[in-house]
Design a protein around this ligand. Structure first.
Ligand code: ADP
Ligand code: MG
Length: 306
């Protein structure tokens, strides 16, 4: 079930992936990194962006050979922006997203999330930062098969040491599931749900702790066109309602056309980085499809790699 993402994140353990997706340990972590910033990092952080990437490199040793997957990326993403990371298969998109989520350690450089440099934190502290900062949506959903839809959505809340109010968590989980159209499927197990429904459960799970950042790796990649469009619309609606910063990995230009910004990777470098021609587009503009008034009438899903 997890094969596709396990390929993309082959060097990562499933538990680490799960940790990012469900937001384990929502403890407060008080770590000021600002006194250790380099000049570049300090300059980048002045505008208080939500994500700052500085000199990010990732190389992998493959036998006697070193493969340079990411070759030194620098960019920042402001609070509330919807950025699409694009590029053909193998360009480094999933590797970048794994580094943004702190699921992987760079060979050089650093990632700052909401003012905290995360790349070299010890695992327990990283888990705390991930838990309170990131919601993750995977191409292959990654729901726990032995838990119902409601229990899957609730899980991050249950594991969150800060979230003591069980009733409030339950109410939010129900509200989120209802908002993604699954009000009558809460007690269903993943196996009893279609792919589109499973991904909607995963969306609700990603948002339950109100993370400031949501990262999504080809979230419509396993879905047909109609379900893909529906999931994207729900993702954008949730994102707009919650005011999160959204980074969406896709190689589908139609999906990316809904973003405020498009960063294109090729062979581990940034080929282009462009803002949307129409700033009304993206999550601030409306809903996906004909009803949204965004100038787009069709969304094509199925942007995944096959
Ligand atoms: N663990 C690994 N070992 C060797 N090469 C890897 C590993 N993980 C990824 N790669 C390679 O790095 C490149 C980028 O991979 P990835 O980030 O998954 O690309 P994308 O998501 O854009 O398709 C690919 O050429 C891939 O084969
Ligand atoms: Mg990928």
């Amino acid at each position: 079930m997890f094969c596709r993402d396990m390929n993309s994140y082959g060097r990562l353990s499933y538990l680490k992936l799960l940790d990012a997706s469900i937001g384990l340990m929502h403890l407060f972590f008080n770590c000021s990194i600002r006194e250790n910033l380099t000049v570049t990092e300090a300059a980048l952080s002045l505008s208080d962006p939500m994500i700052v990437v500085v000199g990010l490199r990732r190389s992998i040793r493959n036998g006697t050979r070193t493969v340079d997957i990411l070759k030194g990326l620098d960019f920042s993403i402001p609070r509330g922006q919807f950025a699409a990371i694009m590029g053909s298969s193998g360009s480094g998109k999933s590797t970048l997203l794994g580094l943004l989520a702190g699921l992987d350690t760079p060979s050089a450089g650093n990632v700052h999330l909401n003012g905290t440099a995360i790349s070299y934190l010890p695992e327990d502290k990283l888990a705390q930062v991930r838990g309170r900062t990131i919601g993750f949506v995977f191409q292959s959903y990654q729901l726990i098969p032995t838990l119902t839809a409601l229990e899957n959505v609730l899980l991050p809340h249950e594991l969150n040491a800060d979230a003591k109010d069980g009733k409030a968590g339950l109410a939010r989980a129900r509200e989120l599931l209802t908002s993604v159209g699954l009000g009558d499927r809460m007690d269903h197990y993943p196996v009893q749900l279609s792919g589109g429904e499973q991904q909607r459960v995963a969306l609700a799970r990603a948002f339950i702790l109100r993370p400031p950042i949501v990262l999504a790796d080809e979230p419509t990649g396993n879905l047909d066109t109609t379900n893909g469009a529906h999931v994207l619309e729900l993702l954008l609606n949730l994102n707009r309602m919650e005011g999160t910063t959204l980074v969406l990995v896709t190689h589908d230009p139609v999906l990316a056309s809904y973003a405020n910004r498009r960063i294109v990777l090729r062979d581990g470098v940034i080929l282009s980085d462009e803002m949307s021609a129409n700033p009304e587009d993206g999550l601030v503009g409306g809903t996906v499809g004909a009803a949204g008034g965004m100038g787009h009438s069709v969304i094509v899903g199925g942007g995944g790699e096959r």
